[in-house]
Design a protein around this ligand. Structure first.
Ligand SMILES: N[C@@H](CCC(=O)N[C@@H](CS)C(=O)NCC(=O)O)C(=O)O
Length: 359
């Protein structure tokens, strides 16, 4: 059959072309997407093999352009990549690809797989709802960061509730997933059961995996990561300690309470000032908003008032309206009292937390 190969890696382009030629196909090729469009339209091949990750014009972008061409209505499109993540399969399917070939793959298998795709023997199916992320979590701000991100990115996941009071997070099986013995942690089944701990690292991993909620350009990415670090190194630890001294410890050590509440208030004020001129923490809604929102929304629990921070309040309310954020903070259970600061659930949470911090 007539096959057209597009790959901006010259070596890979030659290898793929040779494999297909030696299997008896008539092959044309181009080292990049933009130039290939008109030639492909003209040649009307039976099949176009497209590399997913190309610098100038990405494989999926090229696919979208080619799918618009009436002359190519009978042409089959196959995406080839070394990226195993299901999100790419889903995206390729959405954009109209007929097949997806994962590298590395032997010469014979490549050619056979391509034949099966073009002949329609193996229809391109993606089980979108099959969860491939395992989330180990509990109802706390750090835990919500992971569940909110998974909900926002629309990544299916299995929830495993970790019994913090029962010290399940310190058991050997869990320490193999997170050596720090804390939640949240995730395992990515699609990446050879790769474990990830530290909520900030989880957010970045998921954003990179899904291509969502973090820009890809260096400055945009940095802006997001700066605010994620602000939460990881500042807001989270300060609010966490404010909770310990203000809410959990029966002895009221006023200088410690003041120190952590004042520092929390200072950090929330930094956010308020920034949010005066910015709708979100970075340019668009991102993992930076998720990280900080999950903590800032529990300011009452830390005993810190924000009545004089109108921009922060506006931002908190804006994010609270997002359905995915609402869903994420109900994982593994709905603990609204952690935000309002009162009720039976709040008392129990504070008691359990005291057990943990005194261990
Ligand atoms: N820096 C870590 C902090 C994680 C953390 O402190 N998790 C708490 C719940 S919010 C926990 O697992 N506590 C149990 C313990 O201390 O044993 C992260 O962001 O993931």
């Amino acid at each position: 059959m007539k096959i057209y190969v597009v790959d901006d890696d010259h070596v890979q382009l030659n290898v793929t072309s040779l494999i297909l030629e030696s299997a008896g196909h008539q092959v044309s090729s181009m080292a990049g997407g933009i130039l290939a469009i008109s030639e492909i339209e003209q040649q009307k091949p039976d099949c176009v093999v497209i590399d997913l990750m190309m610098a100038e014009m990405g494989g999926l972008e090229l696919l979208s352009e080619l799918k618009k061409k009436q002359r190519l209505k009978n042409t089959k499109f196959v995406i080839v990549t070394g990226h195993s993540d299901k999100v790419w399969r889903i995206k390729a399917k959405e954009k109209g690809a007929d097949g997806f070939i994962l590298k590395p793959i032997s010469q014979e298998d490549f050619s056979a797989k391509l034949d099966d795709i073009v002949s329609g023997k193996t229809p391109f199916e993606v089980d979108i709802n099959k969860a491939t992320i395992d989330l180990y979590t509990a109802s706390t701000p750090n835990g919500w960061k992971a569940s909110v991100a998974l909900e926002e990115m629309d990544i299916p996941y299995n929830v495993h509730t970790v019994d913090l009071k029962g010290a399940e997070q310190k058991q050997d099986w869990f320490l193999k997933i997170n050596p720090n013995g804390r939640i949240p942690a995730i395992i990515d089944q699609e990446a050879g059961n790769f474990p990830i701990f530290e909520s900030g690292a989880i957010l970045i991993y998921l954003a990179e995996k899904s291509g969502k909620l973090m820009p890809q350009d260096a400055k945009g990415r940095s802006e997001v990561i700066q605010w994620v670090m602000f939460q990881m190194g500042g807001l989270g630890p300060m609010m966490g300690q404010a909770n310990v001294f203000h809410r959990y410890f029966p002895e009221k050590i006023q200088p410690a309470i003041d120190r952590y509440q004042n520092e929390t208030k200072r950090l929330l004020t930094v956010m308020d000032t920034h949010l005066k001129d910015n709708y979100y923490l970075a340019k668009k809604f991102s993992i930076a908003d998720i990280a900080n929102w999950c903590w800032a929304r529990t300011h009452k629990w830390s005993g810190v008032k924000i009545d004089d921070l109108p921009h922060l309040q506006r931002w908190l309310d804006t994010i609270a309206e997002r359905p995915a954020c609402q869903a994420g903070i109900k994982v593994p259970i709905d603990l609204e009292e952690l935000r309002t600061g009162d009720g039976e659930g709040a008392k129990k949470f504070a008691k359990d937390a005291l057990t943990m911090v005194q261990r």
